[in-house]
Design a protein around this ligand. Structure first.
Ligand code: NAP
Length: 259
């Protein structure tokens, strides 16, 4: 299926690994030229080469912390007029709300609410002028089904979700859509790190925890990053201009609700 994206330009944030990388790869497979970001330069450059080798598109790696003004400015300088923006950053650490003070909350809000909002603000007017824009925010299934130990994530991402719900209904008249992708358990470095941390905390075997978590999902497995990338590319398609303000859960059916 041709998504009608050939020759478009995208910024994909936090894209050297995991879900961001998968979104970048899926867009590149559709002929989208990319600016990708991450903090670790060597990994980012390797990913950029791999994407170019696999798809032939032009990929510009911009190393930096996307949660800082400097990191965002560098990404935007490399691609001032993107057609597509994929917002992503590392998630806040798990913990207990008794331990979270102002600093912890500000860091979570900065990374998972303000960073995507400021990037949207920087690109949306240009997209509206050019009559095409696709913005996808990577959030979390925890927005829909909050997880206690992920309170920082639940709170900060809910703020982004609320903001997007309003703006997405203003921009859509100009063929600029804004949607959120909500990952459940996807088999990335981050998921594996969480499993290993859980094993250390509980004294259980990491492989056992991994198997039990997979078995507890209706799909009996974790999501594959390329499945996440495919959903991102679909939301960015030229034919997806009537989908906006949505929260698409990709969790293998783990959320038990009808709607
Ligand atoms: P991952 O495999 O650890 O990859 C994270 C990527 O983001 C790496 O490329 C990392 O590179 C980059 N990154 C992290 N912080 C950054 C920053 N401040 N500035 C720029 N780049 C940054 O993680 P993932 O599993 O793909 O998760 C992506 C997002 O989805 C996270 O917010 C996570 O909380 C959320 N999520 C994931 C799952 C899951 O099951 N995987 C489930 C729910 C929600 P550097 O470290 O080099 O910067």
């Amino acid at each position: 299926m041709d998504l009608g994206l050939k020759g478009r330009k995208a910024i994909v944030c936090a894209a050297s690994k995991g879900l961001g990388r998968a979104c970048a790869m899926a867009l590149a497979a559709e002929g989208v030229d990319l600016v990708i970001t991450a903090r670790t330069e060597a990994t980012l450059e390797k990913t950029a080469r791999e994407i170019t080798d696999a798809t032939g598109v032009h990929v510009t790696p911009v190393a930096g912390d996307i949660t800082t003004d400097a990191g965002r400015a560098a990404a935007l300088a490399a691609c001032p007029s993107p057609d597509i923006l994929v917002n992503n950053a590392g998630g806040p650490p798990p913990g207990d709300y008794h331990d979270w003070g102002r600093e912890e909350w500000l860091a979570a809000v900065e990374a998972n609410m303000l960073t995507p909002i400021l990037l949207i603000k920087a690109v949306a007017d240009g997209m509206i002028e050019r009559k095409f824009g696709r913005i996808v925010n990577i959030t979390s299934s925890a927005v829909k089904a909050p997880i206690g130990i992920l309170g920082l994530s639940n709170g900060a991402r809910a703020g982004l979700t609320g903001f997007v719900a309003g703006l997405a209904r203003e921009t859509v008249a100009h063929n600029v859509t804004i949607n959120n992708l909500l990952p459940g358990p996807f088999d990335t470095d981050r998921l594996q790190q969480n499993i290993v941390a859980g094993a250390k905390r509980t004294g259980k075997d990491a492989e056992e925890i991994r198997k039990a978590r997979m078995a507890s999902n209706p799909a009996r497995r974790f999501g594959r990053p390329e499945e996440f990338g495919a959903a991102c590319a679909f939301l960015c398609a030229s034919g997806s201009g009537f989908i906006t303000g949505q929260n698409l859960l990709l969790d293998g059916g783990a959320f038990p609700g009808t709607l």
